[in-house]
Design a protein around this ligand. Structure first.
Ligand SMILES: CC(C)(COP(=O)(O)OP(=O)(O)OC[C@H]1O[C@@H](n2cnc3c(N)ncnc32)[C@H](O)[C@@H]1OP(=O)(O)O)[C@@H](O)C(=O)NCCC(=O)NCCS
Length: 166
């Protein structure tokens, strides 16, 4: 488990810092996903799309001070009682240390607090770590869509439902 991890929202930053973080996210995104699945982390995500939240995770260790490197990020969009998680990613060197779990728990708590009723996402069936992370966060696997990402690469729709009053 990684200590000294901070989860922040780009909407709480001034424009120059927000654009710097979005640039760092875009670089990790490009390294991680095939080009057809790269999410556009453009300037419009800051301020112009208030329903779309970009969260980023930094890690401060004695070695990295005063610079805290970006180690993970997530994107979700919420409209009234429904949210869609579009992206969750942990930089390769930091995987398997509980960062993804912390980030998903954070999103879950925040959406629940905001009165969200259902959270949806699509996940590549072959991404076993991602699927088990989402199951651990409380999502359930629903329908499967064949060839969603590419021929032979199926997607699974996952749903997290918050019961009213909990
Ligand atoms: C899926 C992902 C977000 C999980 O984040 P994480 O911080 O590695 O997850 P956690 O450490 O909280 O969870 C522990 C899991 O990591 C696994 N793990 C351990 N070492 C690992 C490593 N080097 N790389 C990946 N996963 C590892 C553990 O086995 C455990 O998996 P399990 O739940 O299947 O048992 C991360 O692996 C990732 O970014 N993958 C590439 C992008 C991706 O698939 N995103 C989701 C689809 S949009």
């Amino acid at each position: 488990m990684l200590a000294d991890v901070t989860i922040s929202d780009i909407h709480s930053l001034g424009k120059p810092k927000a654009l710097e973080i979005l640039g760092q996210i875009a670089r990790v995104e490009k390294k991680t996903f095939p080009s057809s699945e790269v999410f556009p982390f453009g300037e419009e995500l800051w301020r112009k799309k208030p329903n779309t939240r970009v969260l980023y995770v930094t890690w401060t260790s004695q070695q990295t001070q005063p610079h805290s490197p970006l180690i993970a990020y997530a994107v979700y969009a919420r409209q009234k009682g429904v949210a869609w998680v579009h992206k969750v990613c942990v930089a390769e060197a930091f995987r398997g240390k509980g960062v993804g779990t912390r980030l998903m728990d954070h999103i879950r708590a925040r959406l629940q607090q905001e009165g969200c009723q259902y959270v949806y996402l699509w996940v590549d069936k072959a991404r076993a770590h991602a699927r088990s992370l989402y199951l651990r966060t409380g999502f359930e696997e629903h329908e499967e869509l064949p060839d969603y990402y590419a021929p032979g690469r199926n997607a699974i729709k996952m749903v997290l439902g918050f019961e009213r009053g909990t």
